[in-house]
Design a binder for this molecule. Sequence first.
Ligand code: NDP
Ligand code: 8X3
Length: 251
Amino acid sequence: MNKIVLITGATSGIGLACARKFAENGDRLILTGRKVDRLNDIQEELSAKGTEVKTLVFDVRDREKAEKCLSELPKEWQEIDVLVNNAGLALGLEPEYAGSFEDWETMIDTNIKGLLTMTRLIVPGMVERDRGHIINIGSVAGDAAYAGGNVYCATKAAVKALSDGLRIDVANTAIRVTNLKPGLVETNFSNTRFHGDDERAANVYKGIKPLTGDDIADVAVYAANAPAHVQIAEVLILATHQASGSVIVRK
Ligand code: NDP
Ligand code: 8X3
């Protein structure tokens, strides 16, 4: 069935791959992000293939702006069926006793509070309609900490707790909650983590065939289209030569 799918952080990586895959699936898209030019390009690309696309420009840390953008959606776009809480980032890989306060705040504000903001703004409508699906992009990093992962891992452990908590809170409705937990996915993630150090970022994916954004988007689309009585609650998706957050076999 044709759904309205809202994706945060749709300008890159997993979010962009989700936009393309949900478009192929015939859904209508609300793409959100901070980069207006990127959003316009993606809207143009997908519209040319016949997908209806709305774009909203806001930072998920800006609660007021997020609320304003959502409230200004035309009536025919208001009934969001699928919320993909994807916007997020890691910053730094320092030991916990030496990390940057600023990086910590950015990760916590984006990965936890931004996700909560979107959930708080969009899920009440789903509850009213007794229909909807929240797909949170967690991580293998939320299952167990790895060296230098500390605060990022904690934010993704929070995504697991928030997904589990929400699933309990909507268990009396037809709403489904999915926590997708990817391992190594080659996107802009590591460039952001290493503050633009491209060489260091490239090393993360050396000697192993990493996942792609499409690999994760395939699972998101599957979960969103599973029969109504099937709730894909949690999926851990790893590259074949990755066994956990810290066990990666490079050849
Ligand atoms: P990318 O860096 O390629 O994409 C991240 C997206 O999030 C970008 O569109 C970015 O926008 C957006 N974003 C970041 N901060 C904000 C913000 N404050 N407000 C709005 N949008 C924001 O990385 P990925 O695609 O890999 O990351 C997507 C999600 O997947 C993240 O939650 C990440 O933690 C998670 N993940 C990634 C894995 C990986 O190995 N790549 C593995 C497991 C989980 P902008 O360009 O404006 O910064
Ligand atoms: C992103 C994957 O392993 O770098 O969440 O934490 S990892």
